[in-house]
Design a protein around this ligand. Sequence first.
Ligand code: FAD
Length: 414
Amino acid sequence: MRQYSAFAVAREALRYHRGWERAWGNPVPRTHYDTLIIGGGGHGLATAYYLAKNHGITDVGVLEKGWLGGGNTGRNTTIIRSNYLQPPSAAIYELSRGLYEELSQQLNFNIMFSPRGVLMLAQTEHEHRAWMRTAHANRLAGIESELVGPERIRELCPIINIEGPRYPVLGGLWQARGGSARHDAVAWGYARAAADLGVDIVQKCEVTAIDRREGRVAGVRTTRGTITCNRLCIVVAGHSGVLAEMAGFRLPIESVALQALVSEPIKPCLDIVVMANTVHGYMSQSDKGEMVIGGGADGFNNYTQRGSFQHVEETVRALVETFPIISRLKMLRQWGGIVDMTGDRSPIISRTPVENLFVNCGWGTGGFKAIPGSGWATASLIANGADDVAGPFSLDRFAVGRMIDESVAAAVAH
Ligand SMILES: Cc1cc2nc3c(=O)[nH]c(=O)nc-3n(C[C@H](O)[C@H](O)[C@H](O)COP(=O)(O)OP(=O)(O)OC[C@H]3O[C@@H](n4cnc5c(N)ncnc54)[C@H](O)[C@@H]3O)c2cc1C
């Protein structure tokens, strides 16, 4: 595939942009692949890319029922950070954050990574102590994050109401190298690079059944025919339970709607990401000037991609008290995604009771930041049968009680 570059933009400008190639093909699915991946979101596409790039496995098909990134990957609020509490989480999220830093160059696709810094406010004594503990844990894990006081917060974010009508801002956990990236571009960049290495990316191809023979997956039935495979990996976020049921086992996953909204665009006034967990809301400003706002997940299981009205109200109320200057902004759009929640709020990257079937799910409200690291680790697990980073996230932790408790890190949707 021809390189994207400033020179290429100039060349195409001179010939009316008639020379651009398709970013990825539109193949008719073959009847057999060595490795099949169900789900064309960020995690599925990154897994396909690293299978080809790191392990030379290119006989791979990615089956997506809709369009690439049409699930949570294209619906999230794009916060990237790695300041998690537990060592296994710190390892995978920091691997991911590090990969994000060079992803545009690696994929030759501008994913618009913006390391603008992420600030998590502490608005109760309890929260302050929790962030202090996380800051210490991060230092031990070699992750840059620091506990900051109200004065520093005032400098970082002049529009915050430090005194607050309900909860004063006592401090915060600041990760200067966290930030955001363009979500669609992450999916498109991985898709283009994977396709360039020989991976088939098949859109509008829904998996409707999984065929098993003698304890192994033989293949899948899809809306575009039956496809056999040697290995299968399910990477479908909120639909993980549905796909696992097709394969004959259950996952400890609950699916709920999580929602976000954006305001009309305004002049630049917020150049970091701020999360206010106690009042429950978070906000950043997009390059276009819109305030990108995220709130909590629904308190009941559902498969709707809309979310409930009460969360919009709660989130807006929380953010108006944290940032009073937004009180007269008009909201432009609201949407929801179906997220896959585990009991310990950590993901599952694992083998399954079916011998040649792998699963990657349980990223809940925070898997966008993990896409590169998760794809890297999942590809290694599929190729080698084991992986150090993926290891702790195996399914058996729920049977033996080896939880990776990140419920504090996931206190607010992120
Ligand atoms: C509103 C919202 C805000 C969020 N904010 C953040 C954030 O700020 N930071 C962060 O790190 N994370 C955030 N997240 C979480 C993040 O978006 C997800 O964890 C991540 O995108 C999951 O990626 P994925 O590739 O696993 O799933 P998805 O992107 O959902 O991809 C799964 C794909 O599987 C496909 N699929 C499903 N069933 C089938 C089938 N039967 N056959 C074929 N294909 C199928 C779907 O169509 C979908 O495209 C947020 C999520 C939401 C909803």
